[in-house]
Design a protein around this ligand. Structure first.
Ligand code: NAD
Length: 346
């Protein structure tokens, strides 16, 4: 028996996602996802929100990230296993699903490892547009792993960065990132120390993976006026910045209830003031207000960013060949005759 069209769920494989990205263009897709995220952040109050649901183990974390705007429901399954790269596996992998709230039927199933890198870069650069110093030209990129090229290209496309200074404890990662960014319109400077990498940078992105309270930046490394885009500290017990930097910075977050558990601010008192980015985007709160201010985006990644990315993918694959219809919902002719459907299949 053939399932009806309404029971077939569009599925975007990794292969199709890569084709889609090539079809649209990496930077263009980041910009378009950022537009979607910005418009969803501006209607923040229409979403159901909850900190993501983690399952911690000594090896890493597996998380579910759900949200809904009352019409569509989305979730992402994502892991974070810093030890994986030493076994030839990725630190972060993900897939996600969008569903219709009215019927509860899924409307999209997609890989989200690529999509997470794109949406994380889109969010970082979108926030950078509000917080980074005007006319910033140089970004230090500390941590040159899977997310790094996406981050560099997003800041180029959206914040006008023309130079990136790369540093990683593993020189092989820096060499990989340098090679991948050749011909992409950026001046790429590999550096031997983090101090060298931040030299002259108006934006500092930290995107390292280590399950500990790491100190990627110390207080003396951060001068006035910079914008810090801190990506890698996103789990209890996993941070990147010395506490003194936090105390000198104006801190901006996605969803405080989640960031206080997972972000850099887990090192601060529970009532330390932070500003929510959606309020900056709606104009209810101020972003950067002066040239000497240190702005810190304490990014952990929030479900609405994934929801925006899922809805974006659903829109752009319509009428294309970048998906396969997946037979994942049982569809008996008589909705109550599930058993009869099973018997007839025998
Ligand atoms: P990855 O494992 O591919 O790369 C991490 C890199 O950091 C590696 O090359 C490693 O050598 C380097 N590194 C580790 N310790 C370092 C140090 N002290 N100094 C400099 N470099 C160091 O991981 P990835 O996929 O690029 O992700 C990086 C981090 O970002 C992870 O912690 C991940 O959980 C986090 N992340 C956050 C978001 C978000 O929305 N905030 C989204 C995706 C990933």
């Amino acid at each position: 028996m053939q399932p009806s069209d309404k029971a077939l769920v569009p599925f975007v494989s990794v292969d199709n996602m890569m084709r889609l990205v090539h079809h649209i263009g990496v930077e263009q897709m980041i910009v378009q996802i950022a537009d979607q995220i910005e418009s969803d952040f501006k209607r923040w109050e229409s979403f159901d929100k909850t900190p993501r649901i983690p399952a911690h183990s000594p090896h890493g974390v597996i998380e579910l990230m759900p949200t809904s705007d009352g019409e569509a429901y989305g979730f992402k399954y994502v892991n974070g296993h810093p030890k994986n790269t030493s076994e030839g596996l990725q630190t972060v992998t993900a897939f996600g699903l969008l569903a219709d709230v009215y019927t509860g039927y899924p409307t999209l199933l997609t890989e989200m490892t690529m999509l997470t890198a794109l949406r994380t870069a889109a969010t970082s650069a979108l926030v950078g547009r509000y917080l980074a110093p005007k006319n910033a030209t140089t970004m230090a990129m500390i941590g040159n792993g899977a997310q790094s090229e996406f981050q560099c290209l997003a800041f180029k496309a959206m914040c006008g960065i023309d130079t990136v200074r790369l540093y990683d404890t593993d020189p092989g990662a820096t060499a990989k990132c340098t090679a991948n960014l050749q011909g992409k319109g950026l001046t790429v400077i590999p550096c031997k120390t983090p101090e060298d990498a931040i030299e002259g940078a108006q934006i500092i992105t930290t995107c390292t993976a280590d399950k500990k309270y790491a100190t990627i930046l110390t207080d003396n490394m951060v001068g006035p006026g910079v914008h810090i885009n801190a990506i890698g500290g996103d789990c209890p017990g996993k941070t990147e910045l010395h506490r003194d930097i936090l105390l000198r910075s104006d801190i901006f977050v996605e969803y405080p209830e989640q960031t206080r558990i997972e972000g850099e601010i887990q090192a601060l008192d529970a009532d330390h003031p932070v500003t929510e980015m959606w309020q900056v985007m709606t104009g209810a709160a101020k972003g950067r207000t002066d040239d000497r201010q240190i702005t810190l985006f304490d990014s952990v990644g929030f479900a609405i960013e994934d929801f925006s990315a899922l809805r974006y993918v659903k829109q752009v694959i319509e009428g294309t060949a970048f998906f396969e219809p997946l037979d994942m919902l049982a569809d008996p002719d008589d909705p109550r005759d599930l058993f009869g459907m099973l018997m007839r299949a025998g």
